[in-house]
Design a protein. Structure first.
Length: 140
């Protein structure tokens, strides 16, 4: 599960590392912390690995909001027919579902339906799809 406030920008490489395929976004990503509205921040190396890419940073990351809300995001592929991916997302709070639902991603157009709850969740989903397609194609 990645942090719900993590904006993945670029895969970090290391594609030959089998552990990275088990990360919530399918690869290790660099990106921007958007936990504080209007104050984007570049996380340091330690937080990218332990919090941003893995989620559940509440109580560990000083930027994580105190308010009630999700502390992790996860995605899974339910089906891949070559034209679209049927996906499912779960936002978690305290290791329990906070919000969840099915999504469909059309490979030819990049269209996503329905739109997830937030723009940041959609960016994470697109990073997950990018990692999934890379792994499926066998590209390093």
């Amino acid at each position: 599960m990645s942090c719900p406030y993590f904006d993945p920008v670029q895969p970090r490489g290391g594609f030959d590392n089998p552990r990275f395929a088990m990360l919530p976004l399918g690869d290790c990503w660099s990106g921007i912390c958007r936990a504080l509205a209007g104050q984007p921040s570049q996380p340091d190396e330690a937080f990218l690995q332990s919090c941003c890419n893995l989620g559940y940073a509440r109580g560990t990351c000083a930027r994580f909001p105190d308010r009630h809300g999700p502390d992790a995001v996860r995605f899974t592929v339910l089906g891949d027919d070559g034209a679209s991916l049927r996906l499912y997302y779960v936002l978690e709070c305290g290791h329990r579902p906070f919000a969840h639902g099915p999504l469909e991603y059309f490979l030819a157009t990049g269209q996503l339906t329905p739109t997830p709850l937030s723009e940041l969740t959609e960016r994470q989903l697109r990073a997950y799809v990018r990692s999934y397609i890379r792994r499926k194609s066998g590209a390093l």
